[in-house]
Design a binder for this molecule. Structure first.
Ligand SMILES: [Fe+2]
Ligand SMILES: [Fe+2]
Length: 162
């Protein structure tokens, strides 16, 4: 881990990082609703794409770095979070198809966001608090490294390799 990553890691908890990302989803969601109400189709598609890829990257980071160690200590909790992730991916896929077929409506987006918020409440109450207390130092460093890589890749305008 380089010096910059150590500094970032020491200033921010795991909970801080993931809760910040949840907030960015809320901001994108508010913009998406506004674009939907003004029937700005191109903007709706761009906002949905940013929202969908942001949520997918977020789920992948949780599944790569946080949920496997949780699984070892609290398998029921980890299994429940993974089931919620599967459901979220199914809903994202259905909404992306709806967008492509121009049957993308505010009601279905609001319904999905309510489900996403329920998942967020679940993991903010369980997963991140557990991770800040229990995650091994090596796993923590690997997480910060991956997040720093992802930020650099986004700054270059490309997607990080998985
Ligand atoms: Fe999650
Ligand atoms: Fe999350």
């Amino acid at each position: 881990m380089n010096e910059k990553n150590v500094r970032v890691a020491s200033e921010q908890t795991i909970r801080d990082h993931f809760v910040d990302e949840h907030r960015t989803f809320e901001v994108l969601f508010a913009e998406l609703l506004q674009a939907l109400s003004s029937v700005e189709q191109v903007r709706v598609a761009a906002l949905w794409s940013a929202f969908e890829s942001g949520v997918c990257s977020h789920l992948e980071a949780e599944e790569s770095f946080l949920i496997p160690p949780l699984l070892a200590e609290r398998p029921r909790e980890a299994g429940a979070l993974l089931a919620e992730h599967r459901h979220i991916r199914t809903r994202l896929g259905a909404l992306t198809k709806a967008l492509e077929s121009r049957s993308f409506g505010e009601g279905s987006v609001r319904g999905f966001i309510d489900e996403l918020r329920a998942h967020v409440r679940h993991e903010e109450a369980v997963l991140y608090i557990w991770a800040d207390e229990r995650l091994a130092q090596a796993d923590r460093e690997a997480l910060w490294e991956k997040l720093a890589d992802s930020r650099r890749e986004r700054a270059r305008g490309t997607q990080p390799s998985r």
